[in-house]
Design a binder for this molecule. Structure first.
Ligand code: PMP
Length: 448
């Protein structure tokens, strides 16, 4: 028997007392208490419906019946660890392999994106026998100690940068070093990575890996210029390192046209290691690392077993298989293209009307729009972005901000998001931006 439900105030009070205060809530000035969900809709304790534009983990929709059924059926049968031979793990790896270039064919199943990136770091170091890592500015790759070290988004707020970590500029063609008027931003930003590599080598250090999100999200939905990854991979490999694509937010068809966001770079690009997580289990903790036979071989050769108690168990893999089935059966990639394109079109119409929208960018159902106080100076409109998110929440629409100045409003909804949903949310954005531009004051301007 579960305990009787608390009143919202009581839940908040107990959370304050019992849960670490660094674990934050959405809409901290007035958090929503969600008690059930279906598809792209959340319901609070009073039955009020919220439109969910941010839950990229519940990829095929909250509480999808096929996922619930796959989990229940397998839980009733068996859930043991991967030292017992079982079909699910190999069937799942085989299905994932079919979505990837043939070179990426050895899988390790883990329980979170952070575990996947930490293992990627170990694989890279074992294979290259080098230590140093290059990352992009503002990147986030996970919450483990090793990953805070390679996440400028986090370590800049803490004790700082380790000597084995090197940061290259984010290839942001809207407000970065090289912009859309540059003749070849891909080459220019790749040269920046080459300069970092040259500096590392001059210091007598060696590169193990370049880590990058295939479409940097925490940095504010940054589309890597086409050809950037090919050029960077060439420089990194020439220096003895490997290319790690973090697909933890961007994988599993989120970008619509392709199953993996790194494929947006073209057929001639293949990372050496890919990490995946969030959408993989539709909310069940399931994540993975895939790599080449050579890199996996070096990891095996060190003679140390890799054992992960929960990773790749029959229930997780049954859920993973069901997620792949739903993506196919419901043509969720096609939906991401259709609905994502419509959303971008509507946001561009708003951009033409509201000078505060400086940029609209994204692909599939991974879309952001950036608010600026001034389109020439690109001064981030951070307070306005926070205010817009708060106002939308009052209309029962959940959105969030991201980017270095928290001025990018981000869409990454469940993949069943509809054309009607895009119209509902953009109508409200239009309304509130008009209000904000007319200088209406926020009634509750505490930060998120
Ligand atoms: N990489 C990226 C790009 C992420 O967005 C996240 C989570 N926000 C992680 C890694 C870490 O994943 P997890 O929270 O599952 O450990």
């Amino acid at each position: 028997m579960t305990q009787e439900a608390f009143k919202k105030e009581q839940t908040l009070e107990m959370r304050k007392k019992l849960i670490g205060q660094s674990c934050r809530l959405f809409f901290s000035h007035d958090p929503v208490k969600i008690v059930r969900a279906q598809g792209q809709y959340l319901y609070d304790e009073n039955g009020t419906q919220y439109l969910d534009c941010i839950s990229n983990v519940q990829h095929v929709g909250h509480c999808h019946p096929s996922i619930t059924k796959a989990a229940t059926v397998q839980m009733e049968l068996l859930n043991a660890n991967t030292r017992f031979l079982h079909d699910n793990i190999v069937q799942y790896a085989d299905r994932l392999a079919a979505t990837l270039p043939s070179k990426l064919c050895v899988f390790y199943f883990v329980n979170s994106g952070s575990e996947a990136n930490d293992l990627a770091l170990r694989l890279a170091r074992q294979y290259t026998q080098n230590e140093d890592v290059i990352v992009l500015d503002h990147a986030y790759h996970g919450h483990l100690t090793s990953l805070i070290d390679i996440s400028p988004y986090k370590f800049r707020k803490l004790e700082g940068q380790k000597e084995w970590v090197h940061v290259a500029p984010i290839p942001d063609t809207y407000r970065g070093l090289y912009r859309r008027d540059h003749l070849d931003p891909a080459q220019a930003y790749a040269e920046e990575v080459k300069n970092v590599i040259d500096d590392v080598l001059k210091k007598g250090r060696k590169i193990s890996a370049f880590f990058v999100e295939s479409l940097p999200s925490v940095a504010g939905q940054i589309l890597l210029p086409p050809g950037y990854c090919q050029k960077v991979a060439q420089y990194v490999r020439a220096a003895g390192g490997v290319f790690v694509a973090d697909e933890i937010q961007t994988g599993f068809g989120r970008v619509g046209s392709h199953f993996w966001a790194f494929q947006l770079q073209g057929d001639d690009f293949c990372p050496d290691i890919v990490t995946m997580g969030k959408p993989m289990g539709n909310g069940h903790p399931l994540a993975c690392v895939v790599t080449t036979e050579e890199i996996a071989g070096a990891f095996t050769a060190n003679g140390v077993e890799y054992f992960n108690t929960f990773g790749g168990n029959p229930v997780s893999c049954a859920i993973g298989l069901a997620v792949l089935d739903v993506i196919e059966k419901e043509d969720l990639r096609g939906n991401a293209v259709r609905v994502g394109n419509h959303l971008i079109k509507l946001l561009r119409q708003l951009q033409a009307k509201h000078p505060i929208i400086g940029d609209v960018r994204g692909v599939g159902l991974f879309v952001g729009f950036e608010l600026v106080k001034d389109r020439m100076a690109l001064t981030p409109a951070t307070e306005e972005a926070a205010l817009l998110v708060r106002r939308l929440k009052e209309k029962h629409i959940c959105l969030s901000t991201d980017g270095s100045w928290d001025n990018v409003i981000k869409f990454k909804p469940p993949m069943c998001f509809s054309i009607e949903d895009t119209e509902r949310v953009t109508e409200q954005i239009d309304h509130f931006l008009t209000e904000i531009e007319n200088g209406l004051q926020d009634t509750n301007n505490k930060n998120e």
